[in-house]
Every structure is written in C-alpha cells, then in structure tokens.
Design a protein. Structure first.
Lengths: 791, 155
C-alpha cells in the first residue's frame, strides 16, 4: 500500500487516546527499578573525583571486609577477564585519509581516569546502603594531572589518550573549499558570526537503571535496562565487549521514563552488571542517582563555531563556510562521532538554495563526560548556526527576517544540496505563511508599542529549520562510516481469533508507539484498535531492531510493519480466494472484509484468520497454514521534516529578564497518524529547545574540570511557569519514499526553537546596540550584554 | 523502629531503620512502585504522595515523620473496580503524559492544587505546578488536564 491510499484509511489522522496511559496513570507501569526479583544484590560505583589523574593504586581490602559486601571489581579484574572496551559505532575518516583516533574506552578505568565520574570500581553488596558504605572504604591513590574542559583549550593541554597527543580525534570536511573561497572573494556582503552551542544534560526523568541477571540452569544472561534500543545494546555488549554468543543474552527495556538520546548507548554500568552477575551468580541492581546521572550520562551539543555567509547585493546567499570545534568528552560514546559530522554538516544548507558550502569540523577529547546525541543530535547545532546567521544577515542588509528567508528558500523538489542530502519534498513558503498568520505578525507593532509603554523591549525571532530523520539508508550510512545497518524490523502476528500482536524493533519511551502503531495496523486490517497490541523493548520477544532515535520510529519502524502487513494481506487474500472460490487476483480487501470483485461474495478478516489456523478447508498444497509475517525495511532516503517557528519575547532592560510571550510552530511532518501524539511531541521538543535557549547550561570549571552544574539545584530545568501556551500548526507534503508518507516529529521542536528565541532577544535588544549573545539568555547574561553595549 | 501508618486505606506497621525515607518504605516495603524517584534534591516531584490531605515529596520526609498518617499514593486513586479517578482520566483525555515517569507525582500534585485553588487560572496552575518536573510533555497538556480534571470533579 502506498502513502496516498494509507492516509485515506479510517482512523488515520484521528487523535485516539493512548492505550498505554492506564498503567502509567495508575502506578502499574514497570520501569526497570520497579522490577522485583529474589536473590537481588545492589551495585554502587566508585567514581573518579578528579577530571584527570593516574591511578597509582586501588586498595579494596577494607571495603571487602565491610558488612554485606559480595564483590568489588576494578580495571584489573576487567583486564584479567579479557573484557574489551566499549565500541564506537561510527568511524569517521580524517581529512588526512586516516581513521579517527579511537582510544580504548574501558568499562572500569585502568591506569587513568579521564573525567569526574569516570568508573573506577563497582561494589556489590546485599543492600544499597552496604554497597554505598563499602564504596567509601575503597582507597584509590591518584596522581592528579592537568585537566581540560573547554573545547577551545583542548589542543594546548595534557593529553588524555596516548594515541591522541594533541587531544585531537579527527578533522573532517565536506564541500569544495577553493570554490567557496572564490565566491567569498567576490561577494557584495559577508555576514560573520561566532557562536557557542551550549552543553546540555539530557535529564530524562527516569534516571538510568539496570539489573544484571544470570541463570546457571541455561547459561543465560538477562539484562533489564532503561534503554532506547535493546537489540543494539545486546549486539554491542555480546559481540564487542563480553565476547558472548548473542542468543545467550536477553535485553529487556521495559517501561522507560524518557530517553532523548541519552539511553541509546551501551554504558559501562550495563556491561559491569551483566559480567558480574555470572561471577557472583546473583542478580545485581544499579539505579543511578540524579547527581550521578549529571556526571555519567552522555551529554549533548557543546560546539564552538565560526560561520560566514556570502551574499549578493539583493540578499541572495552565494556561499557558506563554517568551522566547528566539537567537544567529544573523554571517550567516544556509541554515536558520538557522527553527531558533529554526518548529522550536523549535511544539514547546513538549511532550507536555502545556497550553491556552495564548505564545512570543517575538528573534534576534540576533553576531561568531561562523553558527548553524544541529545534530542536532535547535530541538527539543532546546524539549525542554530544557520538560522542565527541568516537573521544576522537580515539585520545587516536591512531585509526583514522573513524576507531574506523567502528570497533564498528552496522551492522545487527534489532538491540536491551541496552537502550530500537530497530533500524529497517540502513547502517552506507555506510553512512560513501559516506561521506568520498564526503568530499574528501583522499586529506585532501594536504589541511592541504596548510593551514599550511598560518600559519593556519586544522582539520577534524567526527560525526555518529542516532536519534529516528516518535514519537511514544502510548503504549510505555505511559509506559514511556507520558500523551498523539502520533498517527496522516488524512482525505482525495474527491470532486465530483475528486479534493481532505486533512486534517492533522501535522502542517507545513516551512516544506512544503502542497507540500509533496499533492505529496503523487496525486501519490496514479494518479491525478495532483494541484488538491490536504492540510489543517492544525485549530481545526475547521481538525478532530484531535498531531502536528509537533520530525521529525514525514511524518512518522506518512503521514502514517495516507496513511491509509485514503487505505480506499478511497478500497471504490472507489467497486464503480468502480459496474460501470464496475465486481467483487470487479477483479478491479485494477493504474495511476488514475480503470480497470478490464485482460480486457480493465476501468474508471477514477474522474468518480468514481462523481458517489460517484451522486449515480444514485450505489450499495446503500451495500455502502454509498460519498468518504471521515479519519484514525488514531499509529506507531509500532520509525523511525531511521542516517548518518555521516564530518566537516573541519581552525583555526587561533593567534586569535582563526575558519573558517568552508568544510562540508559534508550524511543521511539515508529512502524513500525521495521531495529531494528539504529534502535538505532544512538538510541545516536549519545544520546551527542551527553549530550555536550551533560556535556561539550561552544563558548566565544567575551565581549569579543574569539576562539574559545576551537578544537580537540579544548579542546572535550570524548564518548569511549567517558564512558558506560555504554544500555538501549533501543520503543513503536509507527504514523504515520497515510504509507504506512510510520514517524516517524523520527535525532534523538530528541539531543533527549530533555540535560534528563534535568541533571534527574538537580539531583535528586542537591537535598539540598545546588542549584537552578540550566547545561550542560555539568562537574566545575568542579557544584562551583561546590555551593559557591554552601553559601555 | 516501628511506624504505624495507613496507606491507600490499608493499615501497616512498618519496621525500618530510623533514616528510612517515606519513598523507600513505600516502594521497597509495600511494593508501591508507582511512586518514583527522579532526583536526589527534592526538585522533581516524581515522588509526590498525599499525606493527611497535603501533597508531600516523599523523598524529603522520613518514614518516622508520618507515623499514624493517612497516605494516598497513585495506586490508591482509582476505584476498586479499576475505574480511574477523574484527574487520572483527565490526564489521559488531554494527553498530559508521555513516558509516565513524572505522572504519578504530577496527578497527586494536581489534586492538591485543585483542592486548595479550585479556581486557579492557566498561569496560576503553571506556577503551582512549579515543584513538579516533566521532561516530555512541555507541560501544555498537563495544564489542560488539570483544568479538565478540576472541571470534572466540580460537576
């Protein structure tokens, strides 16, 4: 079935209420920390208090003698058992032709610690208090080294890893530098911008948690873990780290309390618990404290960039050049290396037909927690840079923020960008028109005057984003350095009574797959949504999967289910043809009924299902019994959600306080299956993006590498009263290369919103002469910017 | 030490060391795992329960401090037959939850809010929910849910 037919099916586009809500609302969900098991023990990790140090010795004697302690493991034990380090999933090739520097990433530090929070030892005891108390008795003698936290200092500081003496992981580039330079030399105008994309802590509300379990009876391991892609977790852990056969390990990610990227990765703790569960023959639970999460979860963003845009005298973009320094942290997390390259630089064309683009990225090691994908991953960094630059160009050339964008929008599709991607569809002008209408831009001047009357400065900020989602065509990803495929798997199991269980390799940790995917299946088969259940997050039940990230679930995971449904429909038609005594080709299927073309002969889906399992009257010579199909879907292109966001802020010039007064988001997600869920995803993304722009900032001390924002007391999480009600709108240009026409919606809000906010603040502050401002636009920063401009 | 308390209408005598937090007693001793722990600084509100009619962060209070108290956790809100409380239904109706981790605390805070500020407007609800963090929903649908739940409870 194609996208056009699909979107017309009943219930597609309806805001069905979520099937999963009852358990979450009644306290009967089961997150990893809620899993009860007998024979349980508790792990506590001894973590480095130093950002950079040699480990001279570890003395476990006193701790081992402490009450309740069952085992203590450190780097030597890891080495003794020949356990490998954590692998990086994406190999970037340096501009010099060599592979990136890929230092070992041990599960427990050996010889050296490289960031505050680095894992030094794991203490396992009968109770958590006993483990915690014993951990304090583990004596670690450190020889402290100079540390580097800021990416701009990385080159001149003590090396973290022997193989990267200057802390440089790779230099990577895309585009033709000579051609770009030639265009710049003749440009009528050049707009320049330096900016920092602030480091963030993902902070899913459920902290990471895992339970390692081993059964001697079957020589099998089970790992319960709060994770976004259990099959990949298992693959990496078995094939690369523990050298175990995959079929002996089951990974279960039950209810997961948010991920936002931070739970994609294989973490050291997960491996330690699995490994030690066999050594101790006990179940071992580890639940991360929030303070520990700040130290040890993979962080996001942390780019420092310089960008230049060449324009002709009418404001048309001629060329763009960008240099970015990306902070990778102390070790290479699972997807870290593709974030500032493949997921970033390829998006720097934005919505514009800039003919020439050159991007150069230097990636560095620093004594900070590993940095990896966080909601948007590379695409927010690209959007922030391009949309800040475009608004600045508008102000410098005297064009409106809307006009300069419209003048440069890509208007015909498919469109090949100069940075590898090919956009399949979009209507950027329509998104902007709709956003301007919903934002009531026409009456901005009236609101501005009202603010001015109160002594306030009002500003408006635009951001027109595009993102590449639906990761990804495996062959293209492979050519770009991915060490994995990026397809998805779906299984549709029709039961004898006609109800259906769907098994998906996508994982839901808030996105509502149990409803949306059921809606897809119910619509296709013409059965009630109540008769479809969706299973995810268990390698023991789901055939395979690549997990949920990069807004890929519906466009790749959903498309895999659609393929399985095609197979179900095809087989069911043959069964129906047999029962109705007609040719296969004469059978039509609609509304849950198979009918013979041009006759009133028909049979229900449930009857066909029953016949498949009770094949008394059945073409057994031609067809197997049963109705159970599995499909793997590998996309042929990325999907390209896009949109225009308009922010309106009021700034108090005496205090620097920014109040977000109005926010409008118009997105093009292609086909929308459940508008309620999609809108919820937009809201959540917006709050994370606006949070980055106004509140959130992860700060390490530049000299010592100590984390200064280590709890919710000093890391400003967005709260309900920080926001107005958002106005949301949609344009639909369906994706042309998947069977649903969907593009994905999970990350858009976080990608599109930060530049709109900062552009609005700068627009408000323009009368005061403020031109520079980095995120977050906290009152202190804004006030400082005002003072600097006045000085 | 022994603490007597009533949780969701059922009486318990809990034996625990004196530094036991209420949240740990609920989760580990009574198996009421609907009450969640999202932070260690009493900032997130995922552990919110109702103690003698007031919403309280159960990570920030000792078991010993709630001796003889009447406590309601998220598990105690629905009817015996499983029918959800109007506030729970409102969260479902308005899509006021996504991953569900903050939800129990959010629902119980919402009940407390409606009891003490029955006529709170949109902005006031946002301010009154300041003690509960949600990373998924962007809060907008939670505000709608609280208004919807409050209206249903009044009618």
């Amino acid at each position: 079935m194609g996208a056009s037919d699909f979107s017309k099916l009943p219930h597609i586009g309806e805001s069905l209420r979520r099937k999963e809500d009852y358990r979450f609302l009644t306290g009967t969900g089961q997150y990893t920390d809620d899993v009860q098991m007998v024979n349980m023990t508790h792990a506590f990790f001894v973590r480095s208090p130093h950002a950079h140090a040699h480990i001279k010795s570890i003395d476990k004697k006193a701790a081992l003698a402490a009450p309740g302690v069952i085992g203590i493991f450190d780097g030597k034990d890891v080495e003794g058992d020949k356990i490998n380090g954590l692998p990086c999933g994406w190999l970037i090739t340096d501009t010099n032709g060599q592979p990136m520097k890929e230092p070992p990433h041990p599960i427990l530090a050996h010889g050296k610690v490289r960031y505050v929070g680095d894992h030094v030892a794991m203490v396992v005891a009968e109770t958590l208090d006993q483990a915690r108390n014993a951990a304090e008795l583990v004596e670690v003698d450190y020889d402290v080294l100079a540390a580097v936290a800021d990416v701009r200092d990385a080159a001149k500081c003590t090396a973290l890893h022997d193989i990267a003496p200057d802390n440089h992981c790779y230099k990577w580039a895309i585009g033709d530098k000579a051609q770009v330079d030639a265009v710049f030399s003749k440009a009528a105008h050049i707009t320049k911008l330096d900016l920092i994309n602030n480091r963030l802590v993902p902070n899913a509300m459920e902290p990471r948690c895992a339970i390692g379990s081993y059964s001697r009876a079957n020589d099998e391991y089970t790992l319960y873990v709060s994770n976004q892609n259990p099959h990949v977790e298992r693959l990496l852990m078995t094939a690369f780290v523990l050298s175990l056969p995959e079929h002996k390990v089951r990974v279960i990610a039950p209810d997961v309390g948010g991920g936002f990227g931070s739970k994609i990765y294989l973490y050291a703790e997960d491996v330690c618990l699995t490994w030690a569960s066999k050594k101790l023959n006990r179940n071992i639970r580890w639940t991360c404290d929030r303070s520990e999460a700040f130290l040890s979860d993979a962080h996001g963003r942390d780019h420092s960039s310089h960008a230049e845009l060449a324009l002709d005298k009418e404001g048309h973009f001629l060329a763009l050049k960008v240099h970015t320094d990306a902070n990778l942290g102390a070790y290479l997390s699972t997807f870290s290396t593709c974030v500032p390259t493949i997921l970033y630089a390829t998006l720097l064309a934005g919505q514009y037909k800039t003919p020439q683009i050159y991007v150069e990225v230097d990636a560095w090691f620093t004594n900070t927690a590993p940095v990896d994908a966080y909601r948007g991953a590379g695409r927010p960094e690209a959007t922030y840079l391009i949309e800040r630059l475009v608004s600045r160009a508008a102000w410098e050339t005297g064009l409106g923020q809307d006009e300069i964008r419209k003048r440069n929008f890509v208007t015909s599709f498919p469109y090949q960008t100069p940075v590898a991607l090919q956009y399949d569809t979009g209507d950027f002008e329509a998104c902007m028109r709709e956003a301007q209408k919903l934002a009531d831009v026409a009456n901005l001047e009236t609101r501005k005057a009202a603010s001015a009357a109160k002594g306030m400065l009002r500003g408006i900020g635009y951001s027109s984003y595009i993102e590449a989602c639906g990761l990804a065509p495996s062959n293209i990803a492979g050519a770009l350095g991915a060490r994995a495929g990026l397809f998805e798997c779906g299984e549709v199991r029709v039961h004898p009574t006609g109800s259906v269980t769907v098994f998906t390799g996508s994982h839901s940790h808030g996105q509502g797959h149990e409803t949306t995917f059921a809606q897809v299946v119910a619509a296709r088969l013409g059965i009630a949504v109540e008769n479809v259940d969706v299973v995810h997050g268990d390698t023991g039940r789901v055939p395979f999967g690549m997990g949920t990230y990069g807004s890929r679930s519906i466009s790749v995971g959903g498309a895999a289910i659609m393929k399985a449904l095609d197979k179900i429909e095809s087989k069911a038609k043959k069964i129906a043809a047999h029962l109705l005594e007609a040719a296969d080709t004469d059978i039509e299927f609609a509304g849950g009924e198979f009918s013979v073309k041009g006759t009133d002969k028909k049979i229900s889906f449930a009857q066909v299902a029953l016949t498949a399992y009770v094949p008394h009257n059945y073409p057994l010579d031609k067809l197997e019994p049963g109705l159970n199909e599995t499909a793997f879907y590998d996309p042929t292109n990325f999907t390209f959600p896009s949109g225009t966001y308009i922010a309106e802020v009021e700034v108090n010039p005496s205090t620097g306080e920014v109040r977000l007064d109005r926010f409008t988001a118009v997105d093009d997600f292609g086909t929308i299956i459940n508008p309620m869920i999609v809108e919820g995803q937009v809201h959540g993304g917006l709050v994370q993006g606006i949070g980055q722009a106004l509140l959130e900032n992860c700060v390490y001390d530049r000299d010592t590498g100590q984390l200064l924002t280590g709890s919710f007391m000093d890391y400003a999480m967005p709260r309900a009263d920080d926001f107005p009600h958002f106005t949301i709108g949609h344009i639909c240009t369906p994706c042309t290369h998947n069977s649903l026409g969907t593009k994905g919606c999970g990350e858009a809000g976080a990608i599109g919103s930060p530049p709109s906010i900062i552009n609005a603040v700068l627009d408000a502050l323009a009368p005061l002469g403020v031109k520079e401002l980095d995120m977050p636009a906290s009152p202190h920063r804004v006030w400082q910017a005002i003072q600097a401009a006045r000085a | 030490m022994k603490t007597h308390l009533t949780v969701n209408g059922k009486k318990h005598d809990l034996e625990a060391v004196p530094n036991t937090l209420l949240v740990h007693a609920l989760r580990e001793q009574l198996g009421l795992t609907g009450t969640h722990v999202g932070c260690d600084t009493a900032q997130c509100g995922a552990c919110t329960v109702i103690v003698n009619g007031d919403a309280v962060k159960s990570c920030n209070i000792l078991l010993a401090q709630v001796a003889d108290a009447q406590i309601t956790t998220i598990e105690g809100l629905a009817n015996q037959d499983g029918t959800m409380h109007p506030m729970q239904s409102a969260f479902k109706e308005c899509h006021g939850l996504q991953c569900g981790f903050c939800t129990p605390g959010m629902v119980l805070s919402a009940l407390d809010l409606c009891k003490k500020h029955p006529n709170a407007n949109d902005r006031e609800i946002r301010e009154l929910l300041e003690g509960n963090l949600c990373r998924c929903t962007g809060y907008q649908n939670i505000i709608k849910a609280v208004q919807h739940g409050a209206a249903t409870m009044k009618s």
